[in-house]
Write a protein that binds this ligand. Sequence first.
Ligand SMILES: Nc1nc2c(c(=O)[nH]1)N(C=O)[C@@H](CNc1ccc(C(=O)N[C@@H](CCC(=O)O)C(=O)O)cc1)CN2
Ligand SMILES: Nc1ncnc2c1ncn2[C@@H]1O[C@H](COP(=O)(O)OP(=O)(O)OP(=O)(O)O)[C@@H](O)[C@H]1O
Length: 197
Amino acid sequence: MTDDRTTLRRELRARRRNLPAAARIGGAEALAAQLLALPFAPPSGYVAGYWAMDGEIALHAWQLRLPRDCVYCLPVLHADQRLRFAPWRPGDPLAANRFGIPEPALAPESLLEPEQMSLIVLPLVGFDGRGHRLGMGGGWYDRSLAFRQRRPAPPWLVGAGFELQRVERLDAADWDVALDAVCTEAGTVDCRSALYV
Ligand SMILES: Nc1nc2c(c(=O)[nH]1)N(C=O)[C@@H](CNc1ccc(C(=O)N[C@@H](CCC(=O)O)C(=O)O)cc1)CN2
Ligand SMILES: Nc1ncnc2c1ncn2[C@@H]1O[C@H](COP(=O)(O)OP(=O)(O)OP(=O)(O)O)[C@@H](O)[C@H]1O
């Protein structure tokens, strides 16, 4: 990881946190509409979101408006350094993981593999117009979704963020998994046609 990426991460996270509450609430509603309008939005199956923290754009509006046959899931950290996913509805028990992020309190054998998801929404720290992403730097999503470099969707991979997290250009590392789309409160970047350029 270069110093540049560390600096950019810090700056974008601060920008994300400083957004006023009204923009944050309106943004979550507008994001839900963008996610529901995706051409590949699944009518059924497991879909993964995240528990928003550190100023991340929230997914509760999307969760509430999902088709009834979609099962909303949250990421769960696993000892093998790859994410698993677990269904979660408001009221279900949660426990904080080692980053302090709430995750469903389920037995390990009940957890779902990334391969079982129809669609996964990834939290973005930053993104560019080609769909390259900057995450928290732990490599959790890249490791967990590496199989998508050799195999087509599903799961569809969609980054979510506020428009103010867009940057001119992010260089992709070998391990970076390409997103199929990026959704913000202002619109959607469909990255599928850009995969081979
Ligand atoms: N809401 C949300 N959930 C998520 C992620 C995320 O980015 N957002 N993740 C995306 O990968 C995974 C967890 N990865 C994470 C990686 C780093 C940090 C983090 O806060 N790092 C702190 C200090 C670390 C510490 O407390 O030890 C930091 O960098 O300031 C959090 C989550 C899975 N769940
Ligand atoms: N497929 C992989 N196999 C092994 N290690 C990986 C893989 N993908 C990423 N990593 C490791 O994860 C580290 C962090 O990667 P990077 O800086 O791209 O994270 P990020 O994409 O910002 O974070 P995240 O994926 O958590 O949102 C890298 O230094 C790399 O060593």
